[in-house]
Design a protein around this ligand. Structure first.
Ligand SMILES: Cc1cc2nc3c(=O)[nH]c(=O)nc-3n(C[C@H](O)[C@H](O)[C@H](O)COP(=O)(O)O)c2cc1C
Length: 188
């Protein structure tokens, strides 16, 4: 988080465990205007206000975390699209969640927040980070921070470029969201 707070950039942590979506199966866009449950409305406002996303996930069965997928599945692409994302994965094993990351590229592309090319993978995460997120080995901290910076620099460059272009031209007017039927996406 500290690395993301630079200049005029601010970041907010959204932990799926802080939002009780357990009994909410309907996606946000399926509710009538103003009728969505408060948790969904809060998340919607946060997602809409952001210029980019850092998607952090452990690897579970070579996939992204079910908690993150569940949260993201409550929202359509109109909230995320035309903004970039960065993929950060970790695992207890030696691959750092790369297999989850490959799947996350498709998932996030479908949401419209295309992932930047540089990804962050943290193998044996329990040997790298303490509970509070600090580095267990201070001697390695600089190497990790420089590794993270590559991804975050790509993200902030794209976020700033996309924000400027969204202000120039509203993409949702150029490419209207499908409202009627999923078949509207089909080839003729
Ligand atoms: C159901 C389950 C499936 C897992 N699958 C994988 C896996 O496919 N690859 C891997 O490297 N680690 C796997 N792990 C280990 C997790 O990545 C590791 O425990 C991680 O630190 C969990 O993060 P969390 O404590 O934030 O949930 C799995 C753990 C669980 C509980």
């Amino acid at each position: 988080m500290a690395q993301l707070h630079q200049g005029d950039i601010s970041a907010e942590l959204i932990d799926p465990l802080d939002f009780d979506l357990g009994s909410i199966f309907k996606p946000y866009f399926a509710y009538a205007q103003g009728k969505a449950p408060p948790q969904l409305q809060t998340l919607t406002d946060k997602i809409a206000a952001a210029d980019g996303y850092v998607m952090v996930s452990p690897e579970y069965n070579h996939s992204l975390s079910p908690a993150l997928a569940h949260l993201l599945n409550h929202f359509g692409s109109s909230l995320f699209s035309y903004k970039p994302s960065a993929i950060v994965t970790y695992s207890a094993g030696q691959w750092g969640g790369v297999r989850a990351a490959v799947g996350m590229r498709s998932f996030l592309s479908e949401l419209g927040c295309l992932p930047v090319s540089a990804m962050i993978h943290v193998p044996k995460a329990h040997e790298v980070f303490a509970e509070d997120g600090s580095f267990l080995e201070q001697a390695d901290a600089e190497k990790w921070m420089s590794y993270f910076a590559r991804t975050f620099t790509q993200l902030t460059w794209w976020a700033s470029a996309a924000r400027n272009q969204r202000h120039e031209i509203d993409p949702h007017k150029l490419v209207p969201a499908f409202k009627r039927d999923p078949a509207q996406r089909n080839a003729p």
